[in-house]
Ligand binder design. Structure first.
Ligand code: NAD
Length: 367
């Protein structure tokens, strides 16, 4: 493979701590498989506001556009969470970059590593075998709809929930394509009994489904889906939904995987793809060296697969994380009452174990 430029955007809080290990995993893969990855860095969010005054500096946008893929950490700072009136905010950087790159399709695998079955708050018999692939629309809906704002007296606020047919079509096609390679089932989640935007969503998904007669389509209301996800997660294969509902459902689904620290995602669309953990900047643990880097490392795996088509390399990352868990190593967020204290590691220690295991699993394949 020719030289590939990967942009690292650590962002805020634990972003830098975990992204370092996603990068080291990519470096290890590059060395083992003979790929030439080069890395550059850029600012986003609070870190960018502090340095430049803007949550999305021009330089970041330019670097993003000329990179083959982006490995991102997280943005967010308590300063803004506690001050809803702040006009310049870290999340504007993330939403702006997703919009500028046309990243309309967020793909979130929810898979449970067998070793973590005890780390979830759900019962093992409910969880075992759960394997869900979420397709969340990312550049539309109430997060971007206009008009939005407040009335002059400040006593009323409003947002606009809006979808156009083409926005639903393009992500629905991706979800059906993915379902074809899996268990051939799509659950489309909306609120078509109440919302006009959801009625258009449902109508459009039904039209797209005609091109995929081999895939079973089910519709579910968001309230039912929120309940069904923890009652019987195994019924789901591919879940297709909008920006707001997807935001909420995927965080809920993180409990199936045991922790936010385990879940990776890919955001793809018209240009450079974006690979990131689903968690935020976790200010409660930032700087303590205890964040779980696995979501970032698994995001690096998705980057290899979706950006470069390097599926064997992505599988090696997946196997290395599974092996590390099998060896009993944990970070605090995925430890349970049975985890011996000396098996609970910090970010760097478990990051090193995973990188060592990348080498081990690839040697095992080559032998
Ligand atoms: P969060 O995901 O940052 O944290 C939720 C909980 O999960 C915390 O207890 C945290 O310690 C824990 N956690 C998260 N990631 C972890 C990891 N890798 N290892 C161990 N524990 C982990 O969500 P929050 O607290 O609601 O938000 C914090 C900030 O992050 C806010 O400013 C929010 O706006 C922002 N945020 C950013 C993104 C993003 O950048 N994509 C996503 C969600 C939230």
């Amino acid at each position: 493979m020719s030289q590939q430029k990967i942009l690292i955007i650590p962002g805020d809080g634990i972003g830098a701590e975990v992204t370092e290990w996603g990068k080291q995993a990519l470096q290890a893969i590059g060395e083992i498989f003979g790929h030439r990855f080069t890395f550059d860095y850029a600012l986003l969010g609070h870190a960018a506001i502090e340095a430049t005054g803007s949550p999305l500096p021009e330089e970041t946008l330019a670097k993003a556009r000329e990179s083959a893929a982006i490995l991102f950490g997280a943005i967010g700072h308590p300063k803004y969470d506690n001050d809803p009136s702040a006009k310049v905010r870290p999340e504007q950087g993330l939403l702006g970059l997703r919009k500028a790159l046309g990243l309309y399709c967020n793909i979130r695998p929810i898979q449970l590593f067998d070793e973590l079955i005890g780390a979830s708050s759900l019962k093992p018999e409910v969880l075992r075998g759960a394997d869900i692939l979420f397709f969340r629309e990312l550049t539309g809906d109430v997060y971007f709809g206009q008009p939005r704002g407040r009335t002059e007296d400040g006593l009323t606020a409003y947002d606009t929930m809006i979808y156009s047919k083409y926005e639903v079509e393009r992500i629905a096609c991706k979800a059906f394509e993915a379902a074809r390679l899996r268990r051939k089932k799509v659950h489309s989640v909306d609120k078509a009994n109440v919302l006009d935007s959801s009625r258009l969503w449902r109508e459009t998904v039904n039209e797209v489904a005609k091109d995929y007669p081999d895939v079973a389509l089910h519709h579910m209301f968001i309230d039912t889906a929120a309940m069904a996800l923890i009652k019987d997660p195994r019924q789901f294969d591919v879940v297709l939904t909008g920006n707001l509902f997807g935001d909420i459902l995927t965080d809920e689904a993180s409990q199936i995987a045991g922790s936010m620290g385990m879940l990776a995602s890919a955001s793809i669309g018209d240009s450079t793809g974006f690979y990131e953990p689903i968690h935020g900047s976790a200010p409660d643990i930032a700087g303590k060296g205890i964040a779980n880097p696995m979501a970032s490392i698994l995001s690096a795996g998705m980057l290899l697969s979706y950006a470069f088509g390097l599926h064997a390399e992505a599988a090696a990352i997946q196997k290395a994380v599974a092996l590390t868990l099998k060896q009993g190593w944990r970070t605090g967020d995925i430890a349970d009452g049975n985890t011996p204290a000396d098996r609970i590691l910090g970010t760097a220690e478990i990051g090193k174990k995973i990188v060592e295991n990348i080498i081990q699993v690839t040697q095992a394949v080559a032998a």
